[in-house]
Design a binder for this molecule. Structure first.
Ligand code: UAG
Ligand code: ATP
Length: 504
């Protein structure tokens, strides 16, 4: 595409020929192709401006940055390359990407999900519900990028909410694959970093809020405000009013709003009551406009009924009727790693669940205990690359809620795993309890939990490692709970006597 730098209002000055061929956008000099536009971004470890020379040498035709001195100096040195100066690099990346990909966000229905817990789950429920009702819906989030039909392999890995240039490339791909809608997780960090700037969401969903990501936002007020901003760029919304931020949104949101609640007396538009959990799923009463409907759903637990209400509200916003929606709720697909039950090994129920906040862990423990079981073994973890203040709260939440607790580490990052485990341990009232164990790696933790288990037990493997790797000192070390479980039971089958000693 021919780009005219002089036509963008966000470019405050340009240097050299303003008209250039651009074939690709990147914010990483190592991924530059011929005629890429390179955006210089400031990161945690480095500053993109320091890599602009490499970008030019790798074939970039356009360089955009905020540092006037560096941009002017480079423009003089590389007259064949065009340079643009902007005030806000991230806003510029978003606007440039929307233009470059020809406004793909306007060609597809966009649904954004925010909230501390439940984004991935709600996105999966919305995708499954809308697609089953004939609205072909793709999804973007922690579990990957999907069209209504299949996974799209885009980059080796993208964050929960991709950077703006990646996001619009994905929207464009979904439009090419004839998807009607896309549901995406919108993290507070992404909103703050303007990855979704310029998008007018057809629907924004709020699940719930509790303390999280203080390692980034520093205060809860800033975390909450980041999330609230999503609703300033949405036409319709679905909001959980059993939650404080949800109630604030009712005051602030000016578009078409559907409220949800599990409280019969809340006055919400969508109410679920009389939830009955069984091994097959959850049955509940759905109350809409004073009328009751009996819903048979495949989802597990009360918190997932809340997530389901968000999906139902979204379907209503998108023109579907309750008589189309209710019958498909028994076939809703659960996302991987969220209440993922593995049952084929030795009469145990092993549940892998991404609970990595105190609220999520608490909800999970409450629901898991409803399953018939002898002993409940729960593995919890401190996540090294996240807020250290959260770690003791995970211990405080789990204490007394399981017959045995294994404390381990997820993604130690640059930290000593022992320090992470010690930090989690400070949250127990009685850390010397004989039923609390520790493990310095997630693999060892999983093995310890399995080795303690017997037929009829429920084993909960919680926390954040479901994406195939442990981050250790900047390296991604492959990891899979499922493989560890499979190998363990294969060995058990062979030896018939593994014993706990094996994994010490
Ligand atoms: C920790 C963090 O904020 N990382 C972000 C940061 O990366 P970084 O700090 O490592 O980047 P850096 O190494 O300092 O480099 C700065 C810039 O120079 C560029 N660079 C660097 C080296 C080089 O040789 N050439 C070059 O061009 C980098 O591509 C980058 O644009 O800058 C990058 C470019 O803007 C971001 O993509 C990256 O987000 C990463 C992917 C990330 O995972 N961020 C986390 C914090 C995040 O966004 N998480 C949320 C929350 C998820 C949830 O709640 O589940 C999410 O949405 O995923
Ligand atoms: N509505 C909810 N309320 C409380 N806890 C929930 C809710 N939905 C899911 N959870 C719990 O939180 C865990 C994470 O859920 P999910 O992955 O959907 O959240 P998320 O917001 O996408 O998290 P992340 O952005 O970190 O991936 C689940 O495995 C479950 O234990």
């Amino acid at each position: 595409m021919l780009i005219h730098l002089n036509e963008f209002s966000f470019i405050t000055a340009y240097y050299n020929d303003p008209v250039k061929q651009v074939t690709h956008i990147s914010y990483d000099s190592r991924q530059i192709k011929k005629d890429s536009a390179f955006f210089c971004m400031k990161g945690e470890h480095s500053n993109g401006h320091h890599h602009l020379e490499e970008a030019v040498l790798n074939g970039a035709s356009v360089i955009i940055g905020t540092d006037q001195k560096l941009i002017e100096r480079a423009a003089a040195r590389y007259p064949d390359c065009s340079f643009g100066l902007v005030e806000d690099d991230r806003e510029a990346l978003a606007q440039f990407s929307i233009h470059f990909y020809r406004e793909p966000d306007r060609k597809i229905k966009t649904i954004g999900v925010t909230g501390t817990n439940g984004k991935t789950t709600v996105a999966a429920f919305v995708k499954s519900l809308l697609t089953q009702c004939g609205i072909k819906t793709g999804s973007i989030g922690t579990n990957g990028i999907f069209s209504s039909q299949e996974e799209i392999v885009y980059k080796k890995s993208t964050p929960t909410t991709p950077e703006a240039s990646d996001l619009h490339a994905i929207f464009s791909e979904l439009v090419n694959r004839q998807n009607d809608a896309v549901v995406m997780e919108v993290s507070s960090i992404a909103i703050d970093q303007k990855r979704v700037a310029g998008i007018e969401f057809d629907t924004a969903i709020h699940t719930n809020i509790s303390t999280e990501h203080l390692e980034y936002h520093k205060t809860f007020a800033r975390y909450k405000e980041a999330k609230m901003k999503l609703f300033d760029q949405a036409h319709t919304a679905v909001v959980n009013i059993d939650d404080e931020m949800g109630r604030d949104l009712v005051e602030r949101f000016t578009g078409d709003l559907i409220t949800c609640s599990l409280d019969r007396h809340s006055g919400a538009d969508l109410i679920a009551d009389n939830c009955h959990v069984s091994e097959e799923g959850t049955m509940f009463e759905l109350i809409v406009n004073g009328q009751s409907y009996l819903v048979n759903s495949s989802v597990y637990g009360n918190y997932n009924v809340h997530n389901l209400l968000s999906a139902i509200g979204t379907a209503l916003h998108h023109g579907l009727e309750l008589n189309e929606i209710i019958p498909v709720l028994k076939n809703i697909e659960n996302p991987k790693g969220r209440f993922q039950v593995i049952e084929q090994y030795g009469g145990r129920k092993i549940i892998i669940d991404y609970a990595h906040t105190p609220v999520a862990l608490n909800s999970l423990l409450i629901e898991a205990k409803k399953l018939p079981h002898n002993n409940m073994i729960a593995m919890i973890a401190g996540i090294g690359i996240r807020d250290f203040n959260k770690m003791p709260k995970m211990a405080g939440t789990a204490e007394g809620q399981a017959d045995s607790i294994i404390v381990t580490v997820d993604h130690p990052g640059d930290h000593d795993p022992q320090k992470v485990v010690d930090q989690v341990m400070t949250g127990f009232k009685n850390p010397y309890d004989q039923s609390i164990f520790t493990s310095l790696t997630r693999k060892e933790g999983v093995l310890k939990a399995l080795a303690q288990s017997e037929e009829g037990d429920v084993i909960l493997l919680t926390s954040g490692c479901i994406n195939g790797a442990q981050i250790v000192k900047g390296e991604y070390i492959p990891h899979s709970d499922e493989t560890i479980i499979k190998d363990y039971f294969e060995r058990l089958e062979k030896t018939k006597s593994p014993g706990i000693e094996q994994c010490k």
